[in-house]
Design a protein around this ligand. Structure first.
Ligand code: FE2
Length: 212
């Protein structure tokens, strides 16, 4: 192992007002229309998309320096508030392409859920507010859900070779549980009637994928 590489130390500022990392190395915006298919109420999604399709649903900016497993990517995710039918706004959700890679999330603003699901279908809803710290273990699928009335912002960090696999969520037709509005104005979990559990063979394939 070399004691030096081509990477330089980097100093940035997490702006609490704009919820951006300044400076950053890049990022992306996800528009509402791009989330077609992730919500249980497709008719309501289509109805909202006709008006709000070109609105930003969430954005990410990040400090990314390489795709080496010995490196880290750190970024901010900012998710807008709202509901599609009874279901709160959320990110697509993913398993890491290198599924044995973990992640941490730190709450910066708002009120949200980091919804975690093991490959076997165990669900953990981690309720986050500013200051909350969540550890996502290797092999857990994860998504952010905004259950508040303002933006839900988190700072995340994960190994730079992790990658993101969205197919895992699509094939399962979402997560086992939906995060929906409760009658008292709070949130609750509700079973996803479309959920398709992963077979033992599929789970083994995810584990095998980490051994290359
Ligand atoms: Fe992740």
């Amino acid at each position: 192992m070399s004691l030096s590489n081509a990477l330089s130390p980097f100093l940035a500022f997490v702006n609490p007002e704009t919820l951006q990392i300044q400076p950053n190395t890049g990022g992306y915006k996800k528009y509402f229309r791009e989330l077609n298919g992730i919500y249980a109420d497709q008719a309501e999604f289509d109805h909202l998309a006709a008006t709000f399709g070109n609105s930003v649903a969430y954005r990410v900016d990040e400090a990314r320096f390489s795709d080496n497993g010995s490196d880290l990517i750190t970024g901010i995710s900012v998710l807008e508030p709202g509901k599609v039918g009874q279901e709160f706004f959320m990110t697509r959700g993913h398993l890491h392409q290198r599924a044995d890679r973990p992640e941490t999330y730190y709450g910066l603003a708002g009120h949200g859920i980091l919804l975690l699901e093991s490959l076997a279908g165990e669900v953990k809803a981690m309720e986050m507010r500013p200051g909350s710290l969540v550890y996502v273990p290797p092999f857990w699928v994860h998504r952010s859900v905004n259950v508040g009335e303002t933006v839900f912002a988190t700072l995340f960090s994960y190994p730079a070779d992790a990658g993101q696999d969205f197919e895992t969520v699509r094939q399962a037709r979402g997560f086992r549980q939906l995060v929906v509005a409760a009658t008292n104005g709070d949130w609750k979990l509700a079973p996803n009637p479309d959920y398709r559990p992963r077979t033992a063979e599929e789970i083994q394939a995810y584990v095998a994928r980490t051994r290359n």
